[in-house]
Design a binder for this molecule. Structure first.
Ligand code: ADP
Ligand code: MG
Length: 723
């Protein structure tokens, strides 16, 4: 029976022995071991070829086909010397996951013997059987082909496997018309768009040595670990990635205070191995014990160029899952695997800059540097105000709704945190510019020096979705399981738009003979006046903020069906089109795919809720009810007064469970097919989620009533505390 599975799981967990791994190579010698990096390319490629590749990497231009053969053969030789028998084009479809198309280096020739086949053409173009990936209508059935091609900005690497290694080639994935079918293509395009505008603005600041500007990203990743025996005893976790049932721990997440004393031995072993695996792939990451919820941890890599950070982040998620399995654990990347327990986010830290001008979000020391910093920062303020809805849309998913729409960090309202000091600086700019007076309490941009800004430790302003943290911004709304591409594409493109706006205004003022510092002052003053409403340093959880935000005209998009239509806002469509990041057709296809995914997730959950309730929870409750009824009947038969309280309570909850189940099954059965994707998503939200909640409420109440030895599902207490 179900309860045997549960008790068997507990026994298996307690009997677990940590494998004894003897890692011969010291960590320090592992870094980048499996990467076909610049140094390896330099030593293996003819000089002209290397220089051409290098230029491509730095400028993001496509690989010159005439050198592709030479690169491919060097790459293959290196891979084969390192035990690779296969290669794979790795790409990032719209599901947010990572996909791979594997091929063997060896192909039979006409004589029946085998030959190593990995040419420049293979490197530049792969053709996965990609018709199964969502495309939102971009590929007609008559031409379902998609092509992958090496994204030269991201180095090839070897993935180890006991049965043979694989050379992995990070690729972009486009349709035969060149339209983006993936998460990587728009990221590269958006980097270019942002870089071009930023370089233009830097030139206005008088720099003559402006190098390509890129955005940098570093994503802090939260996750849960549970023993895999529990995972396999929870069909809801297996199909939906989260618990659809489970009574919340009585004392919230602090229910076991002594837990935090030490990292469980097994988790420590896991962390050490994760760090080693990531090191080999050239990812400098450090796993950490995170003290927010029991069973929850965090890993943060060192920031990199956003395009590379994206690929590494995807690899990190795969690595966490893979290594967890080696220790008989399951890594949960769902945003809210356990109701009532802290959820998991992925804080995307970002900045922009280049080698010559450095980090452009660094306040600097001189008045001129300060002015430049304040200008780039103003571009961010303007962007977040104009496109807050877009920022909400790019982190929208059925699972992330449990964080953003609920009473948890951060709220669904997108505002920006600057900290008191920086906010005060912008206030002074606004005053000075407005009155033209240079009196006390005003700041003259380009002339006055900024006060030393205190770096705000990340956790002091946890309630803000978008926070300045001293020399970067941290976007906290992305969910733990999401790709960082959506957020970075939005941020880069919004920045391209706002930096373009600022540069255009400045150019006009300078052409009209306005002095540079005065022109900056005027532009910044205009931005603070028009967009200051998005700045909020207070408590983002409070009810008062919900009301104030509404008064300020900020959107509060609680659910995915509320948020995704932002992708079809005319201003958003125009912006993506103008900067050539996504065409209206490409953007529309994404809107469709993400809505479909929402519907799919809600459906999977609804169906699984019905199934588990009916086949596991109801039977346990009925057994217990029969036991109680039997007890009452037998006591009455021998004239002992029987207390029916328990029986009545159980019976009442069984009534609620079956009523909820009937409503849920009814909603699942009745489903319109003609509706638009948005109607479909709204319908799923309105008709499936409420009966799911009713079923769960009754089931969770029963968990507190039914005899423990009959209960079929591992409990929160067990899953979160037994590792
Ligand atoms: P905290 O834990 O206080 O939020 P960390 O120093 O651990 O801060 O950094 C969190 C993440 O931010 C890391 O991935 C780090 O590499 C990244 N980060 C730090 N500086 C920058 C920057 N200038 N641009 C982008 N990301 C950055
Ligand atoms: Mg942080």
């Amino acid at each position: 029976s179900g309860s045997d599975t549960r008790h068997g799981a507990i026994e298996a967990v307690t009997a677990y022995q940590i494998p004894d791994k003897d890692f011969a190579e010291p960590l320090g010698r592992l870094f980048g071991k499996n990467v076909f990096d610049l140094a390896r390319m330099k030593s293996r490629l003819p000089k002209v070829v290397y220089n051409s590749v290098l230029a491509t990497i730095e400028k993001g231009a496509p690989l010159d086909p005439s050198i592709a053969d030479s690169v491919a053969s060097a790459m293959r030789d290196w891979a084969q010397e390192n035990g690779a028998s296969h290669y794979a084009h790795v790409f990032y479809p719209l599901t947010g996951l990572t996909a791979e198309k594997h091929d063997s280096f060896l192909e039979p020739d006409s004589n029946g013997s085998s030959l190593a086949q990995f040419t420049g053409k293979t490197l530049i173009q792969g053709e996965p059987d990609a018709s199964s990936f969502p495309n939102g209508g971009i590929r007609g059935t008559f031409e379902a082909r998609g092509y992958t091609g090496w994204d030269v900005t991201s180095p090839a690497y070897i993935l180890e496997n006991p049965n043979g290694n694989t050379l992995c080639i990070p690729t972009i994935f486009v349709s035969w018309t060149g339209e983006a079918l993936d998460k990587k293509t728009p990221l590269l395009r958006s980097q270019q768009a942002m870089g071009a505008q930023a370089a233009r603005l830097l030139k206005l600041f008088g720099h003559t040595d402006v190098d390509t500007v890129v955005s940098f990203a570093g994503a802090e990743q939260e996750y849960f670990l549970i023993d895999e025996h529990f995972y396999f005893a929870r069909p809801d976790l297996m199909s939906a990635g989260r618990t659809l049932f489970g009574a919340k721990p009585a004392k919230g997440q602090q229910f076991d205070d002594h837990y935090f004393g030490a990292i469980p031995e097994r988790v420590l072993a896991f962390m050490i191995e994760v760090d080693r695996e990531l090191f080999k792939q050239g990812i400098l990451a450090k796993t950490r014990h995170n003290e927010v919820a029991p069973g929850q941890f965090e890993i943060a890599p060192l920031f990199e160029k956003a395009n590379l950070a994206h690929d590494h982040q995807q690899l990190m998620m795969t690595t966490l899952k893979k290594v967890a399995e080696r220790y008989q654990m399951t890594c949960l990347l769902h945003e809210k695997p356990f109701a009532g327990v802290n959820g998991s986010g992925k804080h995307v830290n970002f900045s922009l800059g280049n080698a010559n001008q450095g980090n452009l979000l660094n306040p600097g020391d001189t008045p001129h540097e300060n002015a430049q910093f304040l200008t780039f920062c103003a571009a961010i303020i303007r962007s977040v105000h104009l496109y807050g809805g877009l920022l909400r849309a790019v982190v929208a998913s059925a699972s992330n709704d449990f964080r953003l729409g609920a009473n948890e960090a951060p709220p669904a309202i997108i505002s920006i945190f600057l900290g008191d000091q920086l906010m005060d600086v912008y206030d002074q700019i606004a005053k000075g510019g407005a009155t033209g007076s240079k009196g006390a309490g005003t700041l003259e941009v380009g002339v006055d020096t900024l006060p030393k800004l205190k770096a705000d430790p990340g956790d002091r302003n946890r309630t803000s979705p978008f926070a300045f943290t001293g020399n970067r911004f941290e976007f906290r709304a992305p969910g733990s399981g999401q790709s960082i591409s959506g957020p970075m594409v939005a941020i880069n493109t919004m920045l391209a738009d706002s930096i373009d706006f600022i540069a255009t205004e400045l150019e006009a003022k300078l052409a009209a003979g306005v002095e540079f510092n005065d022109a900056i002052q005027a532009v910044l003053e205009g931005i603070v006046t028009d967009h200051g409403a998005v700045i909020f340093n207070g408590d983002g959880y409070s009810q008062a903020w919900q009301e104030e935000a509404a008064q300020r005209g900020l959107k509060n998009l609680r659910t995915t069906p509320d948020a995704l239509p932002e992708l079809q806002d005319p201003a958003v469509i125009a912006m993506f089109d103008k900067y050539k990041v996504l065409s209206p057709r490409e953007l529309h296809s994404r809107h469709e795919v993400y809505l479909e995914q929402y519907v799919l997730s809600v459906h999977v959950e609804a169906a699984e809720t019905a199934k588990v309730a009916k086949t596991a929870i109801l039977p346990a409750a009925l057994r217990y009810q029969a036991l109680l009824a039997d007890n009452v009947a037998k006591l009455s038969a021998v004239d002992i007064p029987a207390d029916r309280t328990m029986l009545d309570e159980v019976t009442a909850q069984i009534g609620k469970l079956t009523a909820g189940l009937a409503a849920l099954e009814g909603a699942l059965a009745h489903e319109s097919e003609e509706a638009s994707s948005l109607d479909h998503a709204t319908q799923a939200k309105n008709e499936l989620i409420p009966p799911m909640a009713d079923v769960r409420a009754a089931a969770d109440a029963l968990e507190g009533l039914v005899a423990d030895d009959l209960w079929p599902l591992p409990t929160y207490q067990e899953m979160l505390h037994i590792l």
